[in-house]
Write a protein that binds this ligand. Sequence first.
Ligand SMILES: Nc1ncnc2c1ncn2[C@@H]1O[C@H](COP(=O)(O)OP(=O)(O)OP(=O)(O)O)[C@@H](O)[C@H]1O
Ligand SMILES: [Mg+2]
Length: 216
Amino acid sequence: MLQLENIEKGYNGEPVLRGITLTINDGEYLSVMGRSGSGKTTLLNILGGFLPPESGRVLWDGKDVYAMTDAETAYARCNKVGYVFQGFKLINTLSVADNILLPASLSDLDDTRVRANFQELTRELCIDTLLEKYPDQLSGGQCQRAAICRALCFEPSLLILDEPTGALDVENEKRVMVLLRRINQEKKMTMVQVTHSDAVARNAGRVLTMSDGVLV
Ligand SMILES: Nc1ncnc2c1ncn2[C@@H]1O[C@H](COP(=O)(O)OP(=O)(O)OP(=O)(O)O)[C@@H](O)[C@H]1O
Ligand SMILES: [Mg+2]
């Protein structure tokens, strides 16, 4: 279970999150909507253990994420959290295949499972013909699908997706939505996604909106 307790965060004295309290159950698929600049990415970064809040606590299974030791944080990053960043953050000096396999190689998931996931996901996301290419040889939508594949390949228990279909055409958007639902149901993976699309938001089981620094 994930819990946010009265989270506050701002930048340069300007408040962005004004006391967010939220519980996300294991295996839940949640959408967060809200206008540009309302703090959605900030919230995801705090939830994922990447950005300490100014006040409040983030608990993963009752454990305070920002009070963990460095070793616990490193272990969680390698095994627990998959993150599809708004700007993808692929590594330009690695091929698409190596981008996808690098986090998986740092995780505890055994090689056979990683290989099976890799084959299945690259095929399902239609990037199996792009594996030897480098990120700067890909379109934005192809990079986005590679980033989704990378985040899923090591079977994290929490998947964070920041506008995961923002660069995709309708057909690929549908493909990603079907894939996320299937994995959410089959693997009971907890998913938190930010989106500006009503259709993508409804793919999840619960939809919340960021408004004036709180979720409604
Ligand atoms: N590192 C930072 N330093 C200063 N201000 C920041 C920083 N990151 C975000 N902000 C500001 O905080 C506010 C919320 O930003 P955030 O990226 O969380 O919004 P968002 O809801 O994800 O927007 P979008 O839909 O455009 O991605 C914005 O006003 C932004 O300018
Ligand atoms: Mg954002």
